[in-house]
Ligand binder design. Structure first.
Ligand SMILES: C[S@@+](CC[C@H](N)C(=O)[O-])C[C@H]1O[C@@H](n2cnc3c(N)ncnc32)[C@H](O)[C@@H]1O
Length: 235
């Protein structure tokens, strides 16, 4: 048997559905680039954070793409450290290059499956905010497991958030919005807060929801954008 044949069929990027098409990893020859290639055994959140981040509010952005929100958030809120977890190594590298050019040190890109990272690598209560903007809708039935807000996620999110932590979500997809509000809204662990949604929508960029590349594209197309803020509910 060849070595490759003896490997398990699932891997980290296959957890919760195959993401193997994203595994083409670019060369990273710049040690100062704020980018970590997670591989099959990525470091935990605490190991990833630089010492300067210990006094900052820790946030994760799931699927930052080219990093438009992460860049705006690190600029608008120097009190926050934003870890972007992106499945596409080329997008993560692009965003890390922009972050390096900005000169700011309160952000980092990690190439990984964000669902697997949240389930296994985030200590309880570690996050002040979790941003999930325009998650892939995976419309085909056989791809459902790849969606971000599957049934187990309210508990995963609840455990990762600090007592005063927020989950912020945006999507243009009406069917996905329905599923997200059903899965999150029916959980006793999270509670939607429309006042916070209104506050963030009226607020400056980089505080929550906006700006993202997909948001710009979809607004230009006239699509309706749905934005939700959920806070952790404690017993
Ligand atoms: C539709 S794009 C949205 C990008 C960005 N949030 C925006 O609003 O412009 C979805 C992004 O999520 C990433 N992604 C999808 N599944 C992921 C996962 N499980 N973990 C991390 N990133 C993921 C994709 O590679 C892609 O960059």
């Amino acid at each position: 048997m060849h070595e490759s044949e003896s490997k398990p069929r699932t891997s980290r990027m296959h957890a919760d559905g195959r993401l193997s098409f994203r595994r083409r990893v670019p060369e990273v020859d710049d040690p100062d680039l704020p980018l970590v290639l997670g591989g099959e055994d990525p470091p935990g959140l605490r190991e990833l954070l630089p010492s300067e981040a210990l006094d900052l509010e820790v946030e994760i952005e799931v699927g930052p793409g080219k990093g438009t929100f992460l860049l705006a958030a690190t600029e608008a809120r120097p009190e926050a450290f934003v870890l972007g977890i992106e499945a596409s190594a080329s997008y993560a590298k692009y965003a890390a290059e922009k972050l390096k050019q900005s000169g700011r040190r309160n952000g980092l890109l990690l190439v990984d499956n964000a669902k697997a990272f949240l389930k296994g690598q985030v200590p309880a209560g570690a996050l002040r905010r979790l941003h999930v903007y325009f998650p892939d809708p995976w419309p085909k039935r056989r791809h459902r497991k790849r969606r971000f807000f599957t049934e187990e996620m309210p508990e995963v999110v609840h455990d990762a958030l600090a007592a005063d932590g927020w989950l912020l979500v945006a999507t243009d997809n009406a069917a996905l919005a329905g599923e997200i509000t059903r899965v999150l809204g029916s959980s006793p662990l999270l509670v939607r807060d429309e006042a916070e949604e209104a506050r963030l929508r009226a607020g400056p960029p980089g505080h929550g929801f906006s700006p993202t590349s997909f948001e710009r594209k979809y607004r230009a197309e006239g699509r309706i954008i749905r934005q939700y803020a959920f806070r952790r509910r404690d017993a």
